[in-house]
Structures are given as C-alpha cells and as structure tokens.
Design a binder for this molecule. Structure first.
Ligand code: ADP
Ligand code: MG
Length: 153
C-alpha cells in the first residue's frame, strides 16, 4: 500500500526548509518528482535543496536544455523542467541516464515523462491554497523513500 504524507507550507521559507530537510537524507541516484500548477513552488523547492547541497549558483528553471547540471555541491544536482515536452512526442527517454549517474535528480512537471521515471522515487504534489499557503502531498515509492520521509516528517 502506498503511503502519503501531507505538509502545509505557510511561506516560501517553509518550502525551502522542507527541501533542506529532505536534502539532509540525500543518497546517490535519488529522484524527486515535482508536480503542481505554475507558481505553486516547485522551483522554490529546488532552490532550497540546492542551497543545502552547498550550490552557490542561482537556481532557475532550465529553458534551452531540459536539464541543468549543478556540479559544485556535495553531490551533483540534475534539475529538469520538462514542461515543454508536453505537446511533443518526446517522452524523456534521453533523460533516463541521469537517474543512475550518482547525483540527485529533481524533475519539475514529472508527469509529462511518467513512462521514463524510475519505479523508486519521491513524488511531491504542490497545491496552491492562497497567496502564501501550499499543501504538499508527498508520496514515496520504495523503502528508501518511505524511510526518508519517516525521518524527515
Ligand atoms: N508556501 C510557499 N511555498 C513556495 N512558494 C511560495 C509559497 N508562498 C508563496 N510562494 C511564491 O510562489 C512562487 C512559486 O514560484 P515557483 O517556485 O517558480 O513555482 P513553480 O516552479 O511551481 O512554477 C514564488 O514567487 C514564491 O515566492
Ligand atoms: Mg518552476
């Protein structure tokens, strides 16, 4: 049975802090899938995670490429935003190599490449409640992600 966890974020800082707590449990080949409408906080989550990894570059969503690689933190961070694949035939098959390169991959709009995602992963759905409030639903697939969430939440 799949567990799910709810987390209410009352501010951008809350979302960053959750990302930082998850970062503290990182491991090679970790995959985090982010879903939710535009402006719901997906990129904010990535910023928090990246800062906690010690990455000093400014994190913005990749535009020209689907993935941005940040190599100067404690572990490589691969930040994907696959929104623009939505209306194309591309199912993200070219991205799967990233999932086993030893870093952490975080994917915005992950549903668009559903078929290419690893079975074991952490999914986070962002729901906008009001200007500052977001309800996050966290769904672990696989024991490591189960354990990670019990440690963090
Ligand atoms: N609780 C919250 N968590 C995350 N972002 C929030 C929150 N409250 C307000 N915001 C604002 O919402 C916007 C989220 O933007 P962004 O992370 O780029 O969204 P997405 O990547 O999902 O399109 C930012 O302007 C941020 O300041
Ligand atoms: Mg974004």
């Amino acid at each position: 049975m799949e567990n799910e966890y709810k987390f209410t974020s009352h501010s951008e800082e809350d979302t960053m802090e959750l990302a930082q707590n998850i970062e503290s449990e990182k491991f090679p080949n970790m995959v985090i899938c982010l879903k939710g409408e535009l402006g719901s906080g997906k990129t904010v989550f990535v910023k928090g995670f990246a800062s906690s990894l010690g990455i000093d570059e400014t994190v913005t969503s990749p535009t020209f490429n689907l993935v941005k690689e940040y190599m100067n933190g404690e572990m490589p961070l691969y930040h994907m935003d696959v929104y623009r694949l939505e209306d194309s035939e591309d199912n993200g098959a070219s991205l799967v190599d990233y999932f086993s390169k030893g870093g952490v991959t975080i994917i915005e709009w992950s549903d668009i490449i559903k078929g290419s995602l690893p079975e074991e992963r952490l999914e986070i759905k962002f729901k906008v409640i009001d200007e500052e409030t977001r309800v996050l639903t966290l769904i672990p697939s696989g024991q490591v992600y189960e354990d990670l969430l019990s440690a963090v939440l």
